[in-house]
Design a protein around this ligand. Structure first.
Ligand code: PHE
Length: 353
């Protein structure tokens, strides 16, 4: 008789332990079986009558423990269902009614935003994007661009040269971090036949002391257009189109004569100050104009270096700093902020792309 009772206790215990519920109905079935007024454990108390007196206490305790285990199991299952009443409530282990924690979104870097905008503006008039290496040889960065051997830009002051281990002095100046992305345009001219219409965005390096106005690395977009009969008027109109797309349709440009080894004639381009509407402010230094880029007609020597016949083709080129355009667009007063990763600076730029 007692062994039979022990077996029944063990069976119920095993069932309790294995029980799992997924719905409120299943929980109710569990409750009826093990806790309700006609539950299985209650029957065991009836059986106690036939247990010999000296074993009654022991069995009583076993059955009580089983009853308690059933209640604990029920409470656990109920909690796992979120209250057991089908609602989400504060007595549930997980409060599903709590508002979600806010997710902090990152934002685009201002330079990435301006870079994209410049690419889009030129893309609309047929310019493709070309890229090239940041570690560049002398030919692509200087020689093919008509830099004379003694040109100061080749000097150690401006250029980060790269020296291979064990290389002698003369070879030291063969490789460098590119000082402009004109190097990419040489590569495009070498690899493609005109018509060529491309822009080259990318990071460039110059050996400058870091300050609010200068940095040892920055970003450029340089443009190149080569075809039959490309004229200075085409250059001017392209740059006016760019200035008005970037700074608004009231923007005006002015060209000042300048010098670059790779263009002839060359010019520097100013855009009318969008901050004071050309009335004069401390950003335009009370001139009403802001310098934004360099440009010119591609020097025939440069075309020849790339095996393009200067008697058949002509072209224009221009180059601008992304930092400078972003500075004017967002009024950034210190260049160093672009690379300091200060979240208070970066969070001010919101973008949808
Ligand atoms: N490469 C020049 C620079 O880095 C910019 C430029 C490009 C000027 C093309 C004229 C024509 O300053």
């Amino acid at each position: 008789m007692s062994t039979e009772l022990i077996n029944r206790i063990d069976q119920i215990k095993a069932k309790l332990e294995a029980a799992a519920v997924a719905t409120a109905e299943e929980l109710e079935t569990f409750r009826i079986k093990f806790i309700g007024s006609k539950n299985q454990i209650k029957d065991l108390y009836q059986e106690l009558k036939s247990v010999p007196n000296d074993q009654k206490k022991d069995f009583g305790q076993k059955i009580n423990a089983l009853k308690q285990a059933a209640e604990e199991k029920f409470n656990g299952l109920k909690a796992s269902l979120g209250g057991g009443d089908g609602k989400t409530g504060s007595n549930s282990a997980i409060d599903k009614s709590r508002p979600a924690e806010e997710i902090a979104f990152g934002s685009r870097h201002p330079l990435a935003m301006v870079r994209k905008e410049i690419i889009e503006i030129f893309g609309r008039i047929g310019f493709s994007v070309s890229e090239g290496p940041e570690i560049e040889d002398d030919w692509h960065n200087f020689s093919a661009l008509n830099f004379p051997p003694e040109h100061p830009a080749r000097d150690m002051q401006d250029t980060f040269f790269i020296q291979k281990a064990g290389e002698d002095e003369d070879r030291t100046k063969e490789m460098a971090l590119r000082t402009h992305t004109s190097s990419v345009q040489v590569r495009v001219m070498e690899g493609e036949k005109p018509p060529i219409r491309t822009i080259s965005p990318g990071r460039v390096y110059r050996n400058e002391a870091i300050s609010a106005r200068a940095h040892c690395f920055f970003h450029q977009v340089e443009g190149l257009y080569i075809d039959k009969d490309v004229s200075f008027a085409d250059l001017k109109q392209t740059l006016l189109y760019f200035a008005q797309e970037m700074f608004g349709e009231k923007a005006q440009i002015r060209l000042r004569p300048s010098y670059f080894p790779f263009t002839e004639p060359s010019a520097e381009v100013d855009v009318s100050c969008t901050i004071c509407n050309s009335k004069g402010c401390n950003v335009c230094k009370y001139t009403g104009w802001l310098e934004i880029l360099g440009c010119g007609m591609v020097d025939p020597n440069v075309l020849e270096s790339a095996n393009i016949d200067p008697n058949e083709y002509s072209g224009f080129a221009f180059g601008m700093g992304i930092e400078r355009i972003a500075q004017l667009k967002f009024r950034v007063s210190d260049l160093r902020m672009y690379s300091e990763n200060d979240i208070r600076f970066l969070q001010q730029f919101k973008s949808t792309f």
